[in-house]
Write a protein that binds this ligand. Structure first.
Ligand code: SAH
Length: 219
């Protein structure tokens, strides 16, 4: 179904996804159109297909409709100047989208535990015209265990499935803040975890998914 949205450029792919109701926010569409997915895949032949693709090291770049879902879910927190954390940043694609939304006064951290993928994602972002944003520390790509997180984040995206909600990440959410996280092992769902301005935490199960697990790095 999702494959019907394929295009011959990022702009065409996103326009088709909008037509099929897979991207609904014009702000998200605009940010995603600024990111050329061909810069974030190994084989550009399928870059503009709405499907996940292998990027090595047992990782995949998620399908564009999942990137769109995640971004739309976090959108209320992705205001200019916001601090965003993308855990399991893989190709770096979502970091680019988040950067376009939070702007030059915002800060996006990509946390990925495979150092080779971190290096590759920096190259991808550079190819996509975001070298200056990396130099200016508006986008920071870090090698490390995402389960430890990064303090005081307005929005956290987790790109790999945790067996249960990691407490460290909930603690690090700003008030208000929101996290989009796949949870589960054999059966997984996306959870939206909200912290309100008083620090109260609520969570809501959104829909079933299949993500690679949030794991220990195997050498
Ligand atoms: N969202 C990314 C990649 C998703 S694949 C994209 O679309 O390109 C999930 C990623 O999570 C993989 O790159 C994997 O290496 C990473 N990962 C798994 N466990 C992790 C952990 N404990 N800490 C940080 N990254 C992790």
């Amino acid at each position: 179904m999702a494959w019907r949205s394929s295009g011959s450029s990022s702009a065409e792919l996103i326009s088709n996804m909008m037509r099929h109701g897979l991207v609904n926010s014009p702000r998200v569409a605009e940010a995603m159109k600024k990111v050329d997915r061909a810069n974030y895949v190994i084989d550009p032949t399928y870059a503009y297909e709405d499907s996940p693709q292998p990027i090595g090291y047992d990782a995949t770049i998620s399908a564009p409709h999942m990137h769109a879902h995640a971004t739309e879910n976090l959108l209320p927190l992705l205001k200019p100047g916001a601090k965003v954390l993308d855990i399991g940043s893989g190709s770096g694609y979502l970091c680019a989208v988040f950067h376009h939304l939070v702007g030059p006064t915002g800060r996006v951290v990509g946390l990925e535990h495979i150092p080779e993928l971190v290096d590759w994602s920096v190259q991808n972002l550079d190819r996509d015209g975001l070298g200056a944003a990396i130099k200016g520390a508006q986008i920071i790509m870090v090698a490390g265990d995402g389960r430890q997180g990064f303090p005081r984040e307005d929005a956290i995206h987790v790109g790999a499935a945790a067996p249960r909600l990691p407490k460290a990440l909930v603690d690090q959410l700003a008030s208000p803040g929101r996290m989009f996280i796949p949870i589960g092992t054999l059966s997984q769902s996306i959870y939206q975890v909200d912290k309100d301005e008083h620090g109260n935490v609520t969570q809501k199960e959104l829909f079933g998914v299949m993500y690679v697990p949030l794991t220990d790095r195997r050498i």
